[in-house]
Unconditional design. Structure first.
Length: 89
């Protein structure tokens, strides 16, 4: 179940990050980026890679938050019984 939920979060986030990457760099030149007034000085591939992973991480956070918020309180607070524990507690 955890693996399925992770794929529900990671796969759509990957697709949205890829589209966002294409949209952003269709209008921005990676070599003209500045950080605190100084040029970044990275290669185009490095800028593309770093920004893709930033976009992907942020989309995964958004999808995970949506996944958690869509759970019922009972499902969210359910605990798995541990071996040797009293199930009535």
């Amino acid at each position: 179940m955890l693996r399925e939920r992770l794929m529900w979060i990671a796969w759509p986030a990957f697709l949205v990050a890829a589209v966002l990457e294409m949209m952003v760099f269709a209008v921005l030149d990676p070599e003209s980026l500045t950080l605190f007034g100084e040029t970044v000085g990275w290669s185009r591939a490095a800028v593309y890679t770093v920004t893709f992973f930033i976009f992907w991480f942020m989309m995964m956070v958004s999808s995970a938050l949506t996944s958690v918020l869509s759970m019922s309180p009972f499902e969210l607070n359910r605990r798995q019984p541990q071996a040797g524990s009293d199930p009535r507690r």
